[in-house]
Design a protein around this ligand. Structure first.
Ligand code: SAM
Length: 418
């Protein structure tokens, strides 16, 4: 017979898990997410389960299974590595008419755990059915396909359910479409209107349904300040007309992204708004070139600076003296055109001319380029190599760590292919 699929609402209900190994470590967090009152019975447990017990999130009987342990349970999970113990647990559960999942023998198990996942407000559970009790890998693969389809919007039942309202300000990450968050991608897939920026991961737009209106905010004229007013007005008017608006931005909306200005404008107009954080280019782009912004014994701090105006410009509020005097990593955005002035300022305030500098353009994209230099040489090299924005400039000894990683990577690749 096919199993009967059910969603168990476990909040406040006792679930007994017998066994403290890898299977229990996977099951218990999901049970806790469902609000279950978990009692773990096992003489030994994994470190993660021990942490949960120490934090008081589960009860732990630190001993072997005993008759009576299943009393009062709504659900039992038998996941020791001893089939005889699992059989005894299952028999006790059966006798008291409690559902029991046996990890070691699906055929002898009264209930099966589906491969499950979440996509927005949808919970997906998949069981593949055969007389031996299914094929977990097949179930997991189908689950992944369904979850990915819903997240990307390729599988959708938009008109059959409640519709989002207002505006979602979504951090799209530095450019690689794989670096947007799961939530960002879900909300994007549900939008009626998408306002996108020049540095947002535009390849995601190809996946949207044909009826989605896409507005390229990078093409709104009137100069920087006026353009922002027009973007705010567009967000508000579409949302007030009942459309769900996704504002897709590069990196993180709140890191030199004017995201908070858009939030304020929406709220002042009475439009509900949500923000989805993103992977900022300030950290993600260096990582894509193997540059860690901190490294033990090398850099204990990092500073993220917008160089949209030069040092010395009356609009600059950056304390270049402090940055020149520190030994922390400097991550400079919008700095390519002003790199000479920045280098001069840092040298003036005490950084060594040999300080390593990495310039990473088009980070995380197929066109990514990296040049490594020093504070003294970087302006010349940027000009010679024709480096153009968008680029991140990293100043500090962490650049040497990237050089070491890159060399080791080359050796490993040569070893694997040789
Ligand atoms: C207006 S700021 C926006 C920053 C964004 N909110 C974030 O969190 O990444 C634009 C600057 O971010 C940097 N940037 C953004 N994406 C980049 C990428 N893919 N590669 C290199 N730099 C990037 C460049 O310095 C660019 O001039």
């Amino acid at each position: 017979m096919d199993p009967y699929l059910l969603g168990l609402r476990l909040e406040g209900r006792r679930v007994v898990v017998v066994g403290g190994g890898g299977v229990a470590s996977r099951r218990v967090p999901a049970l806790l997410d469902a609000g279950a009152d978990v009692l773990l019975v096992s003489p030994k447990v994994t470190a993660s389960l021990e942490d949960l017990a120490a934090a008081g999130r589960i009860g732990w009987a630190a001993r072997g299974y005993q008759d009576g342990d299943c009393a009062g349970a709504w659900l039992v999970s038998a996941c020791t590595d001893d089939p005889a113990v699992n059989a005894a647990v299952a028999a006790a559960a059966e006798a008291q008419r409690t559902w029991c999942v046996r990890a070691d023998d699906a055929g002898a198990s009264a209930a099966w755990t589906p491969a499950s996942g979440r996509a927005g407000d949808v919970r997906v559970g998949v069981l593949s059915v055969n007389p031996e009790g299914g094929d977990p890998r097949h179930s997991a693969a189908i689950r992944d396909a369904v979850v990915a389809g819903v997240q990307s919007g390729q599988l959708s039942a938009r008109h059959g359910r409640g519709h989002h309202a207002g505006v979602a300000i979504i951090g799209g990450g530095p450019g690689d479409p794989g670096l947007i968050t799961v939530r960002g991608r879900q909300l994007l897939a549900e939008a009626d209107v998408v306002l996108t920026d020049r540095l947002a991961p535009r390849s995601l737009l190809d996946e949207l349904r044909d009826d989605v209106q896409i507005i390229d905010a990078g093409k709104i004229p009137y100069g920087r300040a006026m353009a922002q007013e027009h973007i705010n007005a567009a967000l508000i008017s579409h949302a007030q007309a009942g459309r769900f608006v996704a504002r897709l931005k590069g990196g993180d909306p709140f890191v030199f992204g004017r995201g908070a200005e858009e939030v304020l404008a929406c709220l002042r107009a009475g439009v509900p708004v949500t923000v989805v954080p993103g992977v900022t280019s300030a950290v993600g782009v260096p990582a894509s070139a193997w540059v860690p912004v901190t490294h033990r014994g090398v850099a204990q701090e990092f500073h993220v600076v917008s160089v949209h105006v030069s040092p010395g410009d009356e609009r600059s509020t950056v304390n270049w003296g402090l940055l020149g005097g520190s030994s922390g990593t400097l991550v400079l955005l919008m700095a390519v055109e002003r790199i000479g002035a920045v280098a001069d300022e840092l040298l003036r305030y005490g950084r060594s001319p040999d300080t390593p500098v990495s310039v990473i353009a088009d980070g995380t994209l197929p066109t990514q380029r990296t040049i490594n230099s020093t504070l003294e040489q970087v302006e010349r090299l940027v000009a010679e190599e024709g480096i153009r924005p968008p680029a991140i400039v990293v100043v500090g000894d962490v650049v040497n760590v990237a050089v070491e990683i890159t060399e080791l990577m080359r050796d490993v690749t040569a070893w694997r292919t040789g």
